[in-house]
Design a protein around this ligand. Structure first.
Ligand SMILES: Cc1ncc(COP(=O)(O)O)c(C=O)c1O
Length: 483
């Protein structure tokens, strides 16, 4: 017994011991050296399992001196590499509070209610109708699994089969999505028993949006062969370039054929807040399901996804846990007198987890802190940044825009006279490596129509125009040196 040394009383003190280092980390001073220093910090951390615990102080000391200083700096202002960033302060403290005081999302307690409020605020912010059933989940991957799970339920119920109860009957099914769809959608089809190959990749137009005529042809062709449609997936903000599929047209096709329309807005749904691109989201509000990731543009802690599904009862049939005798609260009737007497909102019946953290707290906290206006301001600023990169690239004969910004991504490259695409691909790959190793600017890269692109994606609340211009200057400078 005496060897169980777990402290249970001093969270505040332990956080205070780390506070200075956490704030220092968040200033992102100097160059990121974690990779270069890896031998040092691995040696400090890579010990055999201790037979006897070393106590809380040993934990906080290592966190302060070794772990935090060598952490992930994707919140640094020059980081524009991913669609996730590190959380802002209110999101951090709300998650900490949820870990301490709301360690499960169920029951009649305040954190369960913050799930409900957080979802409602997101719905309102994004202009989604309030009759959709929302649920938080771990991210875009699970949001797409849940949405396609509901779509699968819908498709088979049309044929009189409760697929969640009875399994998938013999036959062939298809999910339709553009070739630019995120690969988590393909994995969702695999997990749902439809198979990766059930996702039919539809060609895109020059702007990398799904080709609607090609989709119609594919649907007709498959219908003639007796292949059943499960869902059409519209991506509202592709991960490569931020392209937005023509949602309204896809909605019309889906409605005509009674097919589920799912919008993967994991990255881009927040773009609807900017009037310049809001019309491109038309139809999202009528979709059958919408995936949204608060851990992307909203800068909630990673592990915070959300999905909204039109039909609560159907989502319930797809994902219910079904009653269990040990699950107290499941069968309570009337006014609860203790938290044990009710589940609060039963989110465990709408997604993949039974036990799950209270993710709504961070979403609620960010939106309470900055409001709808603050979020609109962030999105607008980031769209401006992408347009700034494009403007600078157009004005410079050594730079070339490879994808016109729609949301907050601008793909571009360095070009040198007399080099073909293969040579430029090689040059830009080396350029990107040097950029990330030698400067504070960290965009990612991708291929656009076979051309290697430098791909800044602005979702980081800490980024300013100085980093945007600094990155373009650095690309130009390194490109000149390499060519
Ligand atoms: C459009 C889109 N869908 C889904 C995902 C997957 O999200 P997650 O990484 O949260 O699982 C991403 C991630 O970038 C994305 O951009």
């Amino acid at each position: 017994m005496a060897s169980d040394r777990a402290d249970t009383q001093h969270v505040g003190e332990a956080v205070t011991a780390l506070a200075r280092e956490l704030d220092r980390f968040n200033r992102f001073e100097g160059q990121d050296r974690a990779a270069l220093r890896r031998n040092e910090w691995r040696a400090a951390l890579d010990h055999p399992l201790p037979a006897r615990g070393q106590g809380l102080e040993a934990v906080t000391a290592l966190l302060r001196d070794v772990v935090v200083p060598n952490g992930l700096r994707n919140g640094a202002p020059g980081f524009a590499g991913w669609v996730t960033t590190s959380p802002t302060t209110s999101a951090v403290v709300a998650s900490l509070a949820a870990t301490v005081a709301g360690s499960q999302r169920w029951w009649v307690q305040s954190f369960n209610f913050l799930e409900t409020v957080g979802l409602r605020w997101l719905q309102e912010l994004l202009g989604l109708p309030d009759d959709l059933q929302g649920t938080f989940c771990s991210g875009g991957s699970t949001a797409n699994i849940i949405a396609l799970g509901a779509a699968r339920q819908h498709a088979f119920e049309r044929a009189g089969v409760d697929v969640a109860r009875d399994g998938i009957p013999a036959g062939q099914w298809r999910v339709y999505a553009s070739t630019e769809v995120h690969h988590v959608v393909t994995r969702a089809a695999a997990i749902l028993g439809l198979g990766r190959r059930s996702v039919r990749g539809i060609a895109t137009d020059d702007a990398l949006r799904i080709d609607v005529d090609a989709l119609r042809r594919a649907l007709d062709e498959d219908a003639a062969r007796g292949i059943q449609p499960i869902a059409v997936v519209a991506t509202a903000g592709t991960v490569n370039t931020g392209a937005i599929d023509p949602i309204a047209e896809l909605l019309e096709i889906a409605r005509q054929r009674n097919i589920w329309l799912h919008v993967d807005g994991a990255y881009g749904a927040f773009g609807v807040l900017d009037d310049r691109v809001a019309p491109l989201f038309k139809g999202m509000e009528e979709a059958d399901s919408v995936a949204v990731d608060p851990h992307k543009w909203l800068a909630a802690p990673v592990g915070t996804g959300a999905v909204f599904v039109r039909d609560r009862a159907r989502l319930g049939r797809a994902f219910t846990l079904e009653p269990a005798e040990y699950l107290e609260g499941a069968a309570a009737e009337g006014e609860p007198r203790s938290p044990f007497d009710g589940f609060g909102d039963p989110y465990h019946d709408f997604n993949l987890d039974q036990s799950a953290p209270s993710r709504g707290a961070a979403v609620w906290a960010v939106l309470l802190e900055i409001g709808a206006e603050g979020m609109r301001d962030r999105v607008t600023r980031h769209l401006d940044f992408a347009r700034r990169v494009a403007e600078r690239a157009r004005a410079d004969d050594r730079l070339e825009v490879l994808s016109e910004p729609v949301l907050s991504i601008c793909c571009f490259r360095y070009r040198a006279p007399g080099r073909d695409d293969a040579a430029l691909n090689d040059l830009n790959a080396r350029l990107a490596q040097r950029l990330r190793a030698e400067t504070p600017y960290v965009p990612s890269t991708t291929m656009v129509h076979g051309r290697f692109a430098i791909r800044p994606c602005f979702v980081n609340p800490r980024t300013t125009l100085a980093e945007v211009d600094g990155m373009v200057d650095a690309v130009r400078r390194i490109g000149d040196a390499l060519s």
